[in-house]
Design a protein. Structure first.
Length: 475
């Protein structure tokens, strides 16, 4: 994959590492509380709580917010409406859930801005609030002696805002839950334990409901175990209230960043489509819009992308009269044309790596592709000219045989036109149809007025004569 990314995108690591390892993508949105709290604070799973936490954090950091972050962003009613399936995303719950949360947290200008800011590196905000080490506050990389005062002020300001918003019990309980719950061995009891830790569920009610939980034999003993783990957690100097504030702002900004990256990943993935139909894959490959990832044992076309093409239009004059005379003389026109013109031309087409666009009784339209490589395949116009000259030679050989049999001679009109991009293709059931502006130009060049043919004859009435208008000049 590393080499394929380098070959296709020019970079070995085309997307941020945080995006590839984004927990939101693994959870398919924020997932269930059971999985969510292992990565982010439990209380942020709730939409209203997340919105209030966003306001508290951004107001605390308002003085340094990047210009794309709107402190006064108000989500539209549609963004907070219950999730419903959309025609373009079907029932992709993760896509819809992520979009809803991103639009609640971020204004449109921030969503559309793909550049990272300091706010997308949570460690920055953790440092501004003093860090999470037991020795608090830690100056980090700042050397100004006033930094400690700023850290204390910001930490206290965030705590005050969370208190007024009624979020402080949930913040403290969320960090306790991440430590207390895993050793308990409970299954799908996160919400109940969180309610007990934040004070929403009384102890007696907690014991009763815990006893009804599957797998719990002694609820009272389990509650004592929870209380002991909680006490040990609070006795750790690294889990003081100020450290929890710094840890919470880092966790919240990490969730905020992960939601934005997941949203961009979902949008990018939504623009991709896996092609399973062989005809559709062939059409997409022909139009150069198919990204092909193959196993190592599958051969890939190493010639590069198509960067141009040449159309050769061969017009045959006199074929109708020739066929009519052969029928009058009971000669097989089909065998004669195949032997002396069409079969040799097919061999020439293969030799010069050309393709048949259309084959009619009195016309051939051929296509030669120019690839991005630096080899001989880039000489598409030269190959087209050599192919045209070889077809003229084959027409001369046919005329020699016609003259020997006393049949009318044929004339060729050849037009060669170049286009500096890949042709487009359509499918008429199983027949591939080439679309190119060079076809009309080559058809025009292959035509020749009788007056011009008579007035611009070359020695022996053979050779190539090109006449074109010179614009902007008179005389």
């Amino acid at each position: 994959m590393k080499n394929l990314r380098k070959a296709i995108l020019g970079r070995t690591w085309p997307v941020p590492e945080f995006m590839l390892a984004d927990p939101i993508l693994q959870l398919d949105g924020v997932g269930t509380p059971r999985n969510f709290f292992h990565v982010y604070p439990y209380l942020l799973h709730d939409l209203d709580t997340m919105r209030e936490a966003n306001r508290c954090v951004l107001e605390t950091l308002a003085e340094w917010l990047p210009s794309v972050v709107d402190l006064h962003h108000q989500p539209t009613p549609a963004s907070v409406a219950p999730l419903t399936a959309r025609p373009d995303q079907g029932l992709a719950r993760g896509y819809l859930d992520t979009e809803q949360r991103v639009r609640i947290l971020c204004a449109e200008q921030e969503i559309n801005d793909t550049a990272a800011t300091w706010l997308d590196v949570p460690e920055n905000a953790v440092g501004l609030l003093g860090g999470v080490e037991p020795e608090w506050p830690r100056p980090g990389n700042w050397y100004d002696p006033r930094i400690a005062g700023l850290q204390r002020h910001l930490n206290a300001q965030l705590a005050s805002k969370l208190e007024r918003a009624g979020l402080m019990p949930g913040v403290l309980a969320s960090h306790e839950l991440s430590v207390v719950y895993p050793p308990l061995g409970l299954v799908e009891a996160e919400t109940l334990v969180f309610g007990y830790l934040n004070g929403a569920v009384r102890r007696r009610e907690f014991v009763r409901r815990l006893g009804a939980t599957e797998g719990v034999r002694d609820a009272a003993a389990l509650v004592r175990r929870i209380d002991q783990l909680r006490k040990e957690y609070r006795q750790n100097p690294a889990n003081g209230r100020r450290q929890v504030m710094a840890r919470f702002v880092g966790d919240f900004l990490r969730l905020r960043r992960d939601l934005k990256l997941a949203w961009r990943a979902y949008v990018g993935m939504d623009s991709l489509r896996l092609v399973t139909d062989e005809r559709e894959a062939a059409l997409s490959r022909a139009n150069n819009v198919l990204q092909l990832f193959c196993r190592e044992d599958v051969a890939l076309d190493a010639r590069g992308d198509v960067v141009g093409h040449v159309i050769v239009k061969v017009g045959l004059r006199g074929m109708t009269q020739l066929a009519a005379q052969m029928r009058q003389r009971n000669l097989s026109a089909a065998a004669h044309f195949s032997r002396y013109f069409y079969d040799p031309c097919s061999a020439l087409i293969e030799q010069f790596d050309a393709q048949k666009v259309t084959v009619e009784g009195d016309a051939l339209v051929l296509l030669l592709l120019e690839h991005a490589g630096q080899g001989a395949e880039r000489l598409a116009v030269a190959r087209a000219c050599c192919l045209a000259a070889a077809i003229v030679g084959q027409a001369d050989a046919m005329n020699a045989e016609n003259q020997r049999l006393g049949l009318p001679l044929i004339e060729l009109g050849i037009g060669i036109a170049y286009a500096g991009d890949a042709p487009s293709y359509l499918y008429d059931q199983f027949r591939k149809v080439t679309v190119s502006p060079a076809i009309a130009r080559a058809r025009q060049l292959s035509s020749c007025d009788a007056t011009l043919r008579e007035s611009c004859t070359l020695p022996g009435r053979r050779g190539l004569c090109v006449a074109t208008l010179v614009r902007g000049q008179q005389g």
